[in-house]
Design a protein around this ligand. Structure first.
Ligand code: PXP
Length: 249
């Protein structure tokens, strides 16, 4: 049965929209764990548009499941990972203008640089996963890099209409089987939702799904009524001490 890695970048996205301190992804990670998350995933982007260095440092101290650090394959990020020591590093492609990660890594084109980074991280006991499309040549590159894990990009499956979706699911299923035969362990993620996750979770050999946006979106939906109720109660009951919740005399 596949496990669940919860990506909490979107919580930091809301905070950074106002450059304030709330919502803080650190306590939210604890709530995700209480909800059953088997791991917490964050992407420390080079432009720091959502997750900040401070978040990663605090999450390293507080996450009780597993901390998966997504990052670009750069010397700056490798230095951070070696310092923070997450439970896994997932190397992803990164472009300044993109809204979110688009497409998998071209491992074949960057094999020598990636091989050096994988060996540096794995020498420090940090397992490395490479985020790739389910394409055999790329999986061969992953194996050749020395990485022990891949994360298959599910974006094309998620974006496909109902006609193309079975084909995209078959690509993920075959990609998983091919990677396993090569000795790689397999995660997947990107664009998975409450509507489309089940067939991917059922792929034989699939170990973990990394899911973010749909969970944070759902949290807003199921939590909004309560949040409004609490604000209304504060406004309508000004005799309440805002810090301690006790009635003021
Ligand atoms: N896996 C990777 C490598 C990602 O870059 C992302 C997006 O940050 C995810 C999983 C989660 O994608 P989503 O937010 O669409 O669930």
């Amino acid at each position: 049965m596949a496990s669940l890695g919860v990506n909490i970048d979107h919580i930091a996205n809301i905070r950074e929209a106002r450059r304030t301190v709330e919502p803080d992804p650190v306590p939210m990670a604890m709530l995700a764990e209480l909800g059953g998350a088997d791991g917490i995933t964050v992407h420390l982007r080079e432009d720091r548009r959502h997750i900040q260095d401070r978040d990663v440092e605090l999450l390293r101290q507080t996450v009780r499941s597993r901390l998966n650090l997504e990052m670009a394959a750069t010397a700056e990020m490798v230095a951070i990972a070696l310092k923070v020591k997450p439970d896994m590093v997932t190397l992803v492609p990164e472009h300044r203008q993109e809204v979110t990660t688009e497409g998998g890594l071209d491992v074949v084109a960057q094999l020598s640089e990636l091989t050096a980074m994988v060996s540096q991280l794995q020498a420090s006991d940090i397992p490395v996963s490479l985020f790739v499309d389910p394409v055999t040549t790329q999986l061969q590159g992953c194996r050749d890099s020395g990485a022990r894990w891949v994360e298959l990009h599910t974006g094309r499956y998620a974006d496909a209409g109902w006609k193309a979706q079975p084909h995209e699911l078959a690509r993920l299923t075959e990609g998983t089987a091919t990677a396993r035969v090569m000795g790689l362990r397999v995660n997947a993620g990107h664009g998975l939702t409450y509507q489309n996750v089940e067939p991917v979770a059922a792929i034989p050999g699939m170990e973990e799904l990394n899911i973010g946006h749909t969970i944070v979106a759902r949290a807003v939906v199921v939590g909004l009524q309560q949040a409004v109720r609490e604000m209304k109660a504060l406004i309508q009951n000004p005799r309440r001490d805002p810090l301690f919740g006790q009635a003021l005399e």
